[in-house]
Ligand binder design. Structure first.
Ligand SMILES: NC(=O)c1ccc[n+]([C@@H]2O[C@H](COP(=O)([O-])OP(=O)(O)OC[C@H]3O[C@@H](n4cnc5c(N)ncnc54)[C@H](OP(=O)(O)O)[C@@H]3O)[C@@H](O)[C@H]2O)c1
Length: 327
């Protein structure tokens, strides 16, 4: 595992996404399996874990908290706030100072720590970001010592650039993958200039970029790849990166034909790591074997310039205009 600078610490360039460990939105991953996934990741040299208060409404954070008690390794946990009551009474009441403090305190309790390493805004409404008040609240929570760093997880390049104007922003979390290549042109230079860490989510387009799905693959009723395949529950971009499923299976096959060998998930992650502006990529895993595969990308050779150019050509000509959702 290789590490990259995140402010004053070194984080694993392959992190671990833990939306899957909430036993909601991805089918069921039981607690024993979740703990083994966390153990495998840290055993492979990993030290950066992304979660959110709403993953299983506290289940993901709580299982991470249990795991933290069992290890003496230094682990950097990034969580998120802002989506409780999403679409209902929670918005905009989630963004007062008092409400944000309550959300931070709940995450502290779930994780069993006295300070959050990183608190991120969880794809909150653009107008809340634009008003800037949420960032004042985060700076206050930081001064009070409840959070060490704050960042923002965003949907669009416009939101990313808006957040990059905020003093003290430590990180930006964005969707960037072989189905979402334009983000590099729009956001990376500015993030680098501002010294803001880039956390890359949905690196495998919810599994499509592992090449394992067929056009007739189906998903459980409680899996967002079933109920949000077309953006019916939340932004379409968070599921399959906004690509229609069968189209995504066909495009993934075209990408696979360009890659050096069968290790498609690893090459998809390697492609992200080949961008030096990226700080860490956070693939999610529902099985231990996936953790090992994904971590391996760190030790693989970079893809050749020729392959990068072919992948970009395919994106420009056949993928970019097929992305749906808010991006
Ligand atoms: N708004 C936000 O801030 C936001 C939104 C989305 C995600 N996130 C964060 O980003 C993380 C990553 O995104 P994501 O989990 O949505 O998508 P992802 O990482 O693109 O896809 C994860 C899925 O890909 C499959 N997979 C993973 N490794 C594999 C491998 N080596 N071989 C074959 N298949 C593999 C698994 O599918 P199966 O389970 O079917 O095996 C896994 O559940 C999340 O866990 C979460 O922490 C944040």
């Amino acid at each position: 595992m290789k590490y990259r600078a995140f402010k004053d610490v070194s984080v694993a360039e392959v992190g671990l996404g833990t939306w899957q460990l909430g036993s909601a939105d991805w089918g069921n991953v039981d607690e024993a399996e979740a703990i083994k996934i966390l153990q495998s990741y840290v055993g492979a040299g990993g030290n950066f874990i992304d979660t959110a208060d709403v993953y299983g409404m506290g289940v993901s954070e709580t299982v991470i908290g249990k795991f933290l008690k069992s290890t003496d390794k230094e682990i950097f946990v990034a969580t998120k706030l802002g989506r409780r009551g999403d679409g209902g009474n929670g918005w905009p009441q989630n963004f007062t100072y008092d409400a944000m403090k309550r959300q931070v305190e709940d995450s502290l309790q779930h994780l069993g720590v006295s300070q959050l390493f990183l608190e991120q805004l969880h794809c909150i409404p653009t107008d809340e970001m634009r008003s800037g008040k949420v960032f004042d609240n985060l700076r206050k929570l930081q001064q009070e010592g409840l959070i060490r760093y704050f960042g923002a997880s965003v949907e669009t390049s416009e939101e990313a650039l808006m957040c990059l104007e905020q003093d003290g922003l430590a990180s930006l979390q964005i969707i960037f993958n072989l189905f979402r290549q334009h983000v590099a042109d729009e956001v990376f230079a500015k993030a680098k200039e501002e010294g803001v860490a880039l956390i890359v989510r949905v690196p495998l387009a919810s599994g499509l970029l592992s090449g394992k799905f067929k056009e007739d693959t189906t998903f459980d009723a409680n899996d967002h790849r079933n109920f949000n395949a077309n953006g019916d529950a939340f932004n379409a971009g968070e599921t399959f990166s906004g690509i229609e499923f069968k189209e995504g299976v066909r495009l993934a096959a075209q990408i696979k034909a360009i890659l050096p060998d069968e290790r498609m998930a690893q090459w998809a992650i390697r492609w992200i790591l080949d961008h030096p502006e990226v700080t860490t990529v956070i693939p999610g895993a529902s099985k231990i074997s996936q953790v090992h595969g994904n971590v391996d990308a760190s030790d693989m050779q970079p893809l050749s310039l020729e392959i990068h150019q072919q992948l970009r050509k395919l994106y420009d000509e056949q993928i970019h205009n097929k992305i749906r959702g808010h991006f």
